[in-house]
Design a protein around this ligand. Sequence first.
Ligand SMILES: [Zn+2]
Length: 161
Amino acid sequence: MREINKKHKMPTTAETPQQRVSRLMKANKSKGTKPELLFRKALWQAGGRGYRLHPKDVPGRPDMSFPGRKLAIFVHGCFWHQCPHCEGKKAYPRVNQDFWRNKFAENAARDARVQGQLHERGWRFIVLWECEIHRDADTCARRAVEVLNSRTKPLLTLKTL
Ligand SMILES: [Zn+2]
């Protein structure tokens, strides 16, 4: 949070709802965004090697995939995927609510569809939320490497490991 405050030169409490939505929207809206880079760096340090980025031939084009181990890793933006763990969920835009409701429902439906497709193809997956990465990228990376090295772990998000 300190980083965010510095960037915006104001305490978080002074943010208007619109500013908060705009900040959350900017975070992790596309490839190679900051949480993903933070995680990749931590993963490298934890010994996680041999992944591919955004492969076209894996359902959902995961942020990272380990083809040999059939493990996909998704870094979910807290706003776009309506994170249940943090303010991403609370920052529901006040304007155009129908639009956003549909948008978030579409995202959730796509996530579920992709996860089903991965499951059918025998892939495991990990969903990481950007807030988890910001909080402790090293732990996220260490757990991901544990899953990577274990062929028996079922489909789980890190929160439930
Ligand atoms: Zn979150």
